[in-house]
Design a protein around this ligand. Structure first.
Ligand code: E4P
Length: 218
């Protein structure tokens, strides 16, 4: 399973990249706003800075919601860097735009996906990635992981090449269960990735090893 980091924070992206386990980055307008990035030039410069830090795909979300606007914005976004993937919302004009981009070899990430039917449409339109939001479904009493399993089953049935990018991942169990189901990618905050490192038996075991070594070696 590929690991993407879900942030627009450059130091967090660099920390994940330096760990040697990062496969890409996802951003969204809220994450860009959280970093205080405003104005088109600054936003595009920030995407370029992210692309310069990593080796994998970087999802940049369009703001337009009409077909023509999405196409214009997407075509401009991909001029920033070859790593840019155009992130398009799951709406009617978004699906049409994904088909347009797909026909021209431009990578897309269909975002804000909350049902298997939406994921099926994204695959039919030729999306590179589909982003079902696990945590936000859990928040309203649905089962986000169940949706990942449903999409995996449907895509396997027909051999759709669209990659399942599990999004809105809130904790390590989300990540582990996505890997068990067979999601292609999981995107999450840095804290979720680093939490995978932790186990109390690792900590106590290391403490004992080092203490025993010190007893003999001083
Ligand atoms: C996905 O690409 C989104 O940026 C993200 O995962 C949303 O997560 P949230 O529900 O924690 O905001």
């Amino acid at each position: 399973m590929k690991f993407f980091i879900d942030t627009a924070n450059l130091s967090e992206i660099k920390e994940a990249q330096d760990l040697g386990i990062l496969d890409g980055v996802t951003t969204n307008p809220s994450l860009m706003a959280k970093e205080g990035i405003k104005g088109k030039d600054n936003v595009y410069r920030h995407y370029k800075a992210i692309c310069d830090l990593v080796t994998g795909d970087v999802s940049a979300e369009v703001i337009a919601t009409d077909y023509k606007g999405i196409i214009e914005e997407g075509e401009e976004l991909v001029t920033i860097d070859a790593k840019i993937v155009v992130k398009v919302p799951m709406i009617k004009d978004g699906i049409k735009a994904i088909r347009y981009f797909s026909d021209r070899g431009i990578k897309t990430n269909c975002t804000l996906v909350f049902s298997a039917g939406q994921a099926l449409l994204a695959a039919k339109a030729g999306a590179t990635y589909v982003s079902p939001f696990i945590g936000r479904l859990d928040d309203i009493g649905s089962d986000g992981l169940e949706l990942i399993a449903q999409i995996k089953n449907i895509y396997d049935n027909y051999g759709y090449p669209t990659q399942i990018l599990a999004a809105s991942v809130r904790h390590t169990m989300h990540l582990i269960e996505c890997a068990e189901i067979g999601a292609d990618v999981a995107t999450c905050p840095l804290s979720v990735i680093t939490s995978l490192l932790k186990h109390p038996l690792t900590a106590s075991g290391l403490e004992t090893f080092l203490a025993d070594h010190k007893k003999v070696n001083g």
